[in-house]
Design a protein around this ligand. Structure first.
Ligand code: 0A1
Ligand code: ZN
Length: 876
């Protein structure tokens, strides 16, 4: 098909590695070696203070294997005060940031004391201060910023932790495992001791000290263990913790029922912090969360926020088995815990909500975040081969494509054999640091199914492109499905091998709309292959990659009217969704190329979908939502953002104008009461908001009035944000009125203020760049809080039309933000680089401007290795 982007990348990707740098060292998977020394036990003693914290560590170390190499402990920014070996002053040397100690025997006790400054820790890795409290983040390599230690996930230790601090400032003192003792100390200080019975890698260590209040509850496990549950927040936030607590209990029960996994301690603590680089962290028995994934009430959180809280609470809880009890041997195996845990949290969300809608949302995320990664300069395998900075590999590829890979195993084995496989995996590797190969071996051994060919999905980057067409032999009453696959080169992988691609497939009768025979699971595992279907009387329609059984790009040759028919008839909800989306995509891609959109078929399909009583509101909303501009751009050989924007606007305006009555009716639908969090009510709110969007696209003036009325009358954040999200893109007086009202009402609530910044950064207006530049000067804006930075800079970079403003100011703004943030928080700064790395895909003028900003970033001296890796790779 001419309008679909050719699978070959422009340019000639050469290397997956960052260009050599004198200061930064590449770590390679093939160089893995077991640790020279193990640390079965560690005792930590913290004297806590915001400015100067003392950390004393006593490590019992054991030589691992027959060698005479010294003990090497990682450190990062530690002021060393003391080192002792078996109680005597030790002859330790510092080699770069490492502490090297020669040890004669096979066992020893090593004691160190260091000083660190949590208040000065702007990277938010290690021990840092957030809103007056102290907390830690150790994954992936943050523990070395707390004390000297072999900071690698295959060194597992039992932890005993003592902490002492000011009782008024830090009334709550938490660490992993169980609290074993507490007491008062001199000068208004107090202390607590914690012990974690489960050996763990240091990235799962956590400590929290602060003035916090807990929402407390209990859970009884299947075997009768009574577990105390606490969610710690600032006192004022306590009323917003009910949903997180409810989600936690649901997740605990689900993991017992679906995976046979029980919780293993008597205590499970969650702490919410406002300054956090990611979503949340699964530290053993003490999960630390970004407040964004804990706090919610009807007035301040949208349905999407509520769903995300359930998803992330479950994700972190599930890590207790997939990640903590069985951890990763090295960071190249990150997807072992992350891909699997995402797959598990997807299953949970599907079970507590609508499975069909959840699948649509997951695939949308994959296409929006992972496909571009896989086709760009930062493409890497689910199990990468090298890195400069491991923080750069917490990606949609490792997480979401990793989950798709597990889903393919699930599809191939079926639920029972898959469960037998995960049981064996947990049994076999409990208490160990394992590899992706170990996971597949457990599935194979439990199921008797050979998965060796599928393992290529771990090592080969890029999204396979599959083409399909059907031919029919009327005499033989047989249909032949012709499939071919192609995978374009990615950095460091010039030549690709054929992949095994599992495709759930059915044929559908063109006239009756009935499925012909059973659905089949076929595996395309050659470059070209044909599959025969018998008992097919007339030329059928093809329904393929149902449920998105493989993470691929698909190009099916279709006859006229076929997509329209499938959009109504396909028995697989996901395939029906795909048919409508493909109809829209074809109109949009053609529209972007020809500067005129033919909306006829789309209008008919949307009208039929809205009128269909058999499907629920949530599904309707997803199905009729127009593909994003970024997704349309991904289908074009050369992207001209204005053309994409015009095409999408024109299609939405045509649909809105021609279906204004149906949209108004959908918008008026009852059943979406603000306090009703059932999937049905959420679906109705979602459809109302999508319908309002279309209506406003058809009639901006009436749309603005309706949106303003919804905004003013809303008793919940979903309706309020839905309306404001529309108003920010319209030019009437309602825009400023609503934004001001929102600000005045919520200026004291950081998470809601993030929405205020984000919505303006996402506005579809020519003036958005100016507004964003102004917002960066707003007194409430700060680059030191990752949520706020992402709300403005991250949302703006995702605003396709505004970010790609032809004067290049959007690119310059993002580069400025990256460079400013890099001085404080390299990890979060590096996450802003990828949008600039898409420069090869754009028309020459923009392409040059984007590249120039990347060069400016990469050429800045004193860059962190985080940003250096992302920027330099993006230029290759
Ligand atoms: N393991 C966490 C993600 C995570 C990774 C790194 C972090 O460092 C700032 C924080 C969190 C998860 O998958 O939820
Ligand atoms: Zn995770």
């Amino acid at each position: 098909m001419a309008d679909v982007r050719s699978p070959t990348l422009p340019g000639d990707p050469q290397s997956a590695e960052a260009p050599p740098s004198p200061t930064h060292v590449t770590t390679r998977r093939e160089d893995y070696r077991a640790p020279d020394w193990l640390v079965p036990e560690i005792a930590l003693d913290f004297s806590l203070d915001l400015e100067r914290t003392r950390v004393r560590a006593i490590l019992s170390v054991e030589r691992n294997g027959d060698h005479d190499r010294p003990l090497k402990l990682d450190g990062d920014g530690l002021a060393l005060l003391k080192v002792k070996l078996d109680g005597a002053d030790a002859a330790a040397r510092q080699d770069g940031e490492q502490l090297v100690i020669d040890i004669a025997g096979d066992r020893a006790t090593v004691e160190t004391e260091v000083e660190i400054s949590p208040a000065a820790n702007t990277q938010l890795m290690g021990l840092y201060a957030s809103g007056g409290m102290l907390c830690t983040q150790c994954e992936a390599e943050g523990f070395r910023r707390i004390t000297f230690f072999p900071d690698r996930p295959d060194v597992l230790s039992r932890y005993r932790v003592r902490m002492e601090g000011d009782a008024a400032r830090f009334p709550v003192l938490l660490s992993n495992g169980n609290r074993v003792a507490t007491g008062e100390a001199a000068d208004g200080r107090h202390w607590a001791e914690w012990e974690d019975p489960f050996p763990k890698p240091c990235y799962l260590f956590a400590l929290v000290a602060g003035d916090l209040q807990a929402n407390s509850d209990r859970f009884t496990t299947a075997s009768g263990r009574e577990v105390e549950l606490n969610i710690y927040v600032r006192a004022a936030d306590l009323p917003k913790t009910a949903h997180a607590m409810h989600s936690l209990k649901q997740a605990m029960a689900w993991d017992e029922q679906v995976y046979g996994r029980e919780y293993d301690l008597d205590l499970f603590n969650i702490v919410a912090v406002s300054d956090f680089n990611m979503g949340a962290m699964e530290n053993k028995g003490l999960n630390v969360f970004n407040t964004a994934y804990v706090l919610a009430d009807q007035d301040t959180a949208t349905d999407g926020d509520f769903d995300n809280i359930a998803r992330v609470v479950a994700h972190e809880y599930f890590h207790n088995w997939s990640g903590n009890r069985v951890t990763c041997r090295d960071w190249f195996q990150l997807s072992l815990k992350e891909g699997f845990t995402v797959f598990r949290d997807q299953g949970f969300s599907a079970d507590i909500g609508s499975a069909a809608v959840k699948r649509i949302e997951d695939v949308r995320v994959l296409r929006a975040a992972q496909f571009p990664e896989d086709s760009g300069p930062l493409a890497h395998a689910v199990r990468p081969d090298s890195y400069l900075e491991i923080s750069n590999f917490y990606t949609a590829t490792v997480y979401n494509k990793g989950a798709e890979l597990i889903r393919m195993f699930h599809t191939l084995l079926g639920p029972e054999k898959f469960r037998a496989g995960t049981d064996l995996y947990f049994d076999r590797h409990d208490g160990e640091a394992a590899t992706c190969d170990d996971f597949v071996a457990a599935l194979e051994d439990a199921s008797g199914v050979d998965l060796s060919r599928f393992k290529i999905w771990y090592s080969q980057a890029g999204t396979p492109h599959v083409r399909a067409h059907i031919s029919h032999d009327a005499d033989a009453k047989a249909a032949l499905l012709h499939l071919s696959q192609h995978l374009a080169p990615t950095p460091g992988q010039a030549v690709k091998q054929v992949m095994p691609i599992p495709l759930r497939t059915a044929l559908i009768d063109r006239h009756s709309g009935e499925q012909i025979g059973d659905e089949r699971l076929i595996v395309l595992d050659e470059a070209e292959q044909a599959f025969r279907f018998d008992g097919v009387g007339s030329a059928p329609m093809l329904s393929i990659n149902r449920g998105f059984s493989a993470p691929i790009l698909l190009d099916v040759a279709r006859g006229p009217g076929e997509l329209e028919r499938l959009a109504q008839a396909d028995g697989d909800p996901f395939a029906r969704y795909e048919a409508i989306q493909e109809l829209m995509m074809r109109a949009l891609v053609a529209g972007a190329q020809a500067n005129a959109v033919d909306a006829d078929t789309v209008v008919e399909a949307i009208a039929a979908t809205l009128a269909d009583d058999r499907i629920d509101a949530a599904f309707k909303a997803e199905a009729i939502l127009a593909p994003s501009e970024a997704l349309i751009a991904d289908r074009l050989d050369v992207v001209v953002p204005d053309a994409v924007h015009r095409a999408r606007d024109a299609l939405r305006a045509a649909v809105g104008a021609r279906l204004s009555d149906a949209m108004l009716a959908a918008h008026r639908q009852e059943g979406g009461a603000g306090n009703d969090l059932s999937p049905e009510a959420k679906g109705i709110r979602r459809l109302r908001s999508v319908a309002l969007g279309y209506f406003a696209a058809g009639d901006a003036t009436a749309g603005a009035a309706l949106a303003k009325a919804q905004f003013d009358g809303a008793d919940n954040m979903t309706d309020r944000q839905g309306a404001l999200g529309l108003l920010v893109s319209l030019d009437g007086p309602e825009r400023v009125q609503a934004l001001d009202a929102f600000y005045l009402r919520f200026r004291e609530d950081p998470l809601v203020l993030d929405k205020w910044f984000g919505l303006q950064a996402m506005a579809q207006r020519a003036e958005t760049v100016d507004e964003v530049l102004k917002l960066a000067e707003h007194p409430d804006f700060t680059i030191s809080n990752p949520n706020r930075l992402r709300a403005l800079a991250g949302s703006f970079a995702a605003n396709h039309w505004a970010f790609h403003s032809p004067d290049g100011r959007g690119y310059a703004f993002l580069a400025d933000m990256i460079l400013a943030a890099d001085k404080l928080n390299p990890q979060t700064a590096a996450r802003l680089v990828p949008p600039l790395g898409r420069w090869r895909r754009f028309e020459p003028h923009r392409s040059k401007l984007m590249r120039a900003q990347l060069e400016r970033v990469a050429g800045t001296s004193g860059l962190s290795k985080d940003v250096y890796e992302q920027a330099s790779k993006s230029l290759v």
